[in-house]
Design a protein around this ligand. Structure first.
Ligand SMILES: Cc1cc2nc3c(=O)[nH]c(=O)nc-3n(C[C@H](O)[C@H](O)[C@H](O)COP(=O)(O)OP(=O)(O)OC[C@H]3O[C@@H](n4cnc5c(N)ncnc54)[C@H](O)[C@@H]3O)c2cc1C
Length: 472
């Protein structure tokens, strides 16, 4: 286990000065005026104090940062958009390799490709690619970083049409634990390329990601429709039945939530359970209007906000509900099916949740996600019909452990319908058993082989950690 600065001699001023002089970016340390801002991550449940934050301006800084952390024996956290639910992109007493200043994006409209740096968020990514009517599966909240998102898999509104985000990764530049820069693609370091697509940040620091793009928008038929609690079971059963024959262009999510006090929902339901059915049709607005119509008549809606809108509007529609700075606990599981009993269980579990925000998201899978070969990437759970994300969120720490317990108990209650698989990006949990459960045994063995080759000493262990066979 790598040391934190508190466990070893404090790093000497001369050493830090020498490091700083070799960076194009910046070193942020405790006591600096922007230290608190620089150490903050989206999930305030992880209020940590790194010894150093290396804000990398480019690949050379990343190489230097990796070499420094290795030679000083420091615990390493790697950061892109800082949205790790489990708090992996910060550390108490370690070094944060912060790639957020790396913001380059280059779109090739004719070739339908984009190359982006790891500090890019979906907001900037969509802005650049939509200028040419192109997109790739991105996050539901636009402040999320592309790097951690892609490396874990990537579930979003284009999932059924375009596949997971990682399915569209063409190549990546990676600084591995020995400080070497390698390019991973189908043709170069294919073992690393396979592992990067679902294996998370285990293998090095990604400094550039190249994606395949798809024609989408700029106008799409999209948005949410809300139903009252009294119709909850009927609506969820109706949605489930529709998912069986839904076209791949239509990706939807059913959300069991407590209605926030927003003007587009009737005041009478504020603070009450409601069901949101949210979707995006990745095709013409006319086809989308037709395909989404049955979603709007599952019962009498309390608010129907579906309609034609710019894809970028849809990509940022949920942002106001998910600001940084709250305490969040997520846990999730892959569901094989959604029987009537499963729906009743979800509704009963939601009813006993007490967190100010507690939501049960059912992402519909299938489509292009299912059509890709299961062993083609480290992300393997392509047989999941639904991906359940259980979310508990509160503004402060009070009651947080109880809320987290509710999320875990809800996860357990869904075991009868689970494939047993998990999604590494939708969990606050870590630990060997959880990580191993996220991959089939053959995939896990391939991940260990990649770890042995690219990070045999487990320098990159603040992640859903694949332990090298040396066992560190
Ligand atoms: C509000 C919110 C909405 C979300 N919505 C979705 C969603 O719609 N779909 C979905 O699939 N997931 C979603 N997620 C989960 C999201 O995919 C993960 O939290 C993901 O890790 C975020 O990436 P990041 O770069 O912002 O995170 P960071 O916290 O910066 O990084 C997370 C981890 O990724 C790795 N990593 C980051 N950058 C690099 C790099 N340059 N090189 C190597 N490893 C790196 C590291 O292991 C790091 O610990 C959401 C999360 C939040 C908080």
């Amino acid at each position: 286990m790598a040391a934190t600065a508190g466990e070893r001699d404090v790093i000497g001023e001369a050493t830090l000065g020498e490091l700083e002089s070799t960076l194009r970016g910046r070193l942020v340390r405790p006591g600096d005026p922007d230290y608190d801002q620089a150490r903050a991550v989206w999930n305030a449940a992880h209020d940590r104090h790194p010894a150093l934050i290396i804000r990398c301006a480019g690949t050379a800084d990343v190489v230097r940062a990796v070499e420094f952390a290795r030679s000083e024996g420091l615990q390493v956290a790697v950061r892109g958009g800082a949205h790790s639910i489990a708090g992996f992109s910060t550390s108490d007493g370690g070094v944060v390799i912060d790639t957020s200043p790396m913001q380059g994006i280059r779109v090739d409209p004719a070739g339908q490709r984009v190359v982006a740096e790891p500090g890019v968020t979906w907001s900037a990514f969509d802005h650049e690619t939509q200028a040419f009517g192109l997109a790739v599966t991105g996050g539901l909240v636009s402040s999320t970083g592309i790097a951690g998102f892609t490396l874990g898999g990537g579930i979003g509104w284009l999932l059924r049409k375009c596949g997971l985000t990682c399915d569209n990764l063409v190549s990546a530049d990676v600084v591995t634990a020995d400080g070497q820069l390698v390019t991973a693609s189908e043709h170069e370091h294919p073992d690393l390329f396979w592992a990067l697509r679902g294996g998370g940040g285990n293998f090095g620091v990604v400094t550039s990601l190249e994606y395949r793009l798809h024609p989408v928008g700029p106008l799409v038929f999209a948005g949410p429709v809300f139903y009252a609690a009294a119709d909850a079971a009927q609506v969820l059963r109706g949605w489930r039945d529709l998912t069986a024959t839904m076209p791949d262009e239509l990706t939807t999510l059913a959300n069991i939530l407590v209605a926030p006090p927003v003007p587009f929902l009737p005041e009478a339901v504020h603070g009450q359970m409601v069901i949101g059915i949210i979707g995006v049709y990745a095709g013409s607005v006319e086809d989308g209007t037709r395909a989404a119509q049955p979603l709007r008549t599952l019962a009498e809606p309390i608010a129907d906000l579906m309609g034609p809108m710019p894809y970028t509007t849809m990509q940022s529609l949920l942002d106001p509900l998910w600001p940084a700075g709250a305490q969040n606990y997520f846990t999730g599981t892959m569901l094989r099916e959604l029987t009537d009993d499963a729906i009743e269980t979800l509704l009963a579990r939601h009813a006993v949740g007490r967190a100010p925000v507690h939501e049960l998201h059912l992402h519909h899978g299938g489509g292009a996600m299912a059509n890709a070969p299961a062993g083609g990437t480290a992300f393997a759970h392509r047989d999941a019909t639904y991906i359940l994300n259980i979310i508990a969120r509160s503004a402060d720490r009070e009651g947080f452990e109880t809320h987290a317990g509710w999320a875990r108990a809800t996860h357990q209650a869904m075991d009868p319908w689970s494939t047993g698989g998990g999604y590494v990006n939708f969990t606050s949990e870590s630990g060997q058993d959880k990580v191993q459960a996220s991959y089939p045994p053959t995939s896990y063995a391939r991940l260990v082989a990649a770890k042995d080759r690219y990070d045999p000493t487990n320098l990159f262990q603040l992640n859903q950690n694949i332990r090298p066979s040396g066992g560190r």
